[in-house]
Write a protein that binds this ligand. Sequence first.
Ligand code: HEC
Ligand code: HEC
Ligand code: HEC
Ligand code: HEC
Length: 461
Amino acid sequence: MKTLLKQRRLLAFTSLILTTCFSVAAIVQLAEQTQAKAERPELFDPKSLQKGQYLGAASCASSNCHGSVKPRNVYNVKQNEYFTWLKQDKHTQAYNLLLSKKSARIAVNMHINGKPYESAKCLDCHALNVPKNVQARPLDIEEGVSCESCHGPAGGWIARHTEDGETHDKSVEAGMVDLRNLVTRSEACLACHQGNTQKSVGHELIAAGHPVLIFELDNYSAVMPAHWLPFTDKRKKQGEETDGARAWAVGQAVAFREGMLQLARRARSEDWPDFSEMKCYTCHHTLKFGAWRQRRGYKLKAGLPHWNPARYAVLRHLVKTLVPEERAKLDEQVESLADYIAKINTPPEIVAKTATGVAQTMERVIPKIMQAKVDDALTIKLVRLISNDVPYLIQAEVDSIEQAVMAINALVSSTARSNPALAKSGINKTINKLYKDIQDPERFDRDQFADHMAELQRLVK
Ligand code: HEC
Ligand code: HEC
Ligand code: HEC
Ligand code: HEC
């Protein structure tokens, strides 16, 4: 399951290669087919549409709208969004994944009655699966995760969002999801990449064969082929800087709050205890490598599973740096939560209440992170704090170490853009070594990892 990380880094390169290797003739031919499909006469009168109604991706695909083959410079959007999504974005494959043998096996293991590609349990994350009464016309479920899965139902704004005087804010009032806002954007992605009130991937689904959901806003946004304009200095000045270190920081905080709310829901459900909230390798390790746990010792009774602090491991540093007044409170709450979970037979309501308390503290933390100045100096400071945190990370186990390595990758990539000396320092090689360290969690070598973190420390001194 942990090969995912490597894939993710490679993917960033693959998508680059894809864009350059596509022959122009092939692109034009594809575009013609696409537009022939997209420019069919509309099946509805745009004026009759209502807020909250979904229309499907083809409604956005006209060449004068978002279906151009190449970027155009008429409006302040690229206009080839549909094409980028259709040809390069993995979200178009989300439904097709449900047709695979793997999905069939997952469905059997989950005791799902029927096919995975017909089950809401899978479709809710793998397609635009919305009730019939909010579909302006029958949606094509095979489109997978499409425009309105992220941007919200277009019924309220599609007809007028291009008219003079229309603004982004007005569209948002009419039902568009405000993806320019990093908190809202994180929530939109996390709904499927971590789970929300309607859907989730718990230990049962993982044991049935589903990959563990790992998400980090900046890494994942970088891997998604961007169908949005680059984040120019102008946008930065308007407070719209929505990638790099700031996206990483807000994404971390929102993922933790949402994760706590999910833990509270799980604790109150029949599925508790849900082992996916615990450190995977407390249970899933081979016995012959077990000796280091005995040397490390046990805070509570020996031999119990532990709460998985992966989403907090790195966030601690962010809170300490940007919202220091909340750090002690959070640490305290998180520690009682960890103890309650490790005791195994704590009444679930107490677990749920404690997790909700953490989420409430995060409600105060998130706006402060949103407002904070996230510049290169802060970014490097965070990299230093994380690379100095080896003792904590090692006892937190490899799920947390993965988060630390992804964080270092996101933060270093973000500052290296404006710091050529750092980019040339060979830091990428060190980061690659760190990724190698966590490639096979069962063979994770603590000493080697510590050496590589020390190497990183020297580079960011
Ligand atoms: C909470 C949302 C969610 C639910 C529910 C969900 N999935 Fe997924 N699934 C995802 C996401 C997100 C990914 C991609 C993970 C990544 O690449 O980081 C994924 C990936 C997959 C993959 C790819 C596995 C691989 O190794 O590449 C398969 C197959 C799959 N899901 C099948 C299913 C089936 C079958 C169900 C229903 C029983 C289901 N999913 C339910 C969100 C979900
Ligand atoms: C997986 C989620 C996702 C899907 C699917 C998706 N988008 Fe986006 N889209 C985004 C994000 C994130 C942004 C960046 C928002 C920002 O910061 O401006 C964006 C930006 C845009 C923008 C620029 C808007 C702006 O505020 O500057 C347009 C236009 C757009 N998308 C159209 C589309 C169309 C058309 C489709 C379907 C063909 C689509 N998107 C599918 C997530 C998505
Ligand atoms: C409606 C559910 C849904 C939403 C919302 C969503 N995704 Fe996804 N995403 C998926 C599924 C399912 C997959 C797996 C598709 C596949 O592997 O073919 C996926 C795959 C991805 C991948 C490819 C991962 C890999 O391992 O290659 C990236 C990157 C990604 N999503 C980023 C985002 C971002 C960024 C957002 C928010 C702007 C977002 N997604 C919103 C469901 C969703
Ligand atoms: C409290 C102990 C515990 C924790 C923590 C735990 N699991 Fe499991 N897991 C189990 C048990 C027990 C089984 C059932 C083994 C069997 O099928 O024989 C299992 C089964 C599995 C399976 C399917 C069987 C196999 O061995 O491949 C996978 C995959 C899995 N777990 C992944 C995870 C992941 C990923 C995590 C962390 C997010 C995790 N588990 C956390 C106890 C745990």
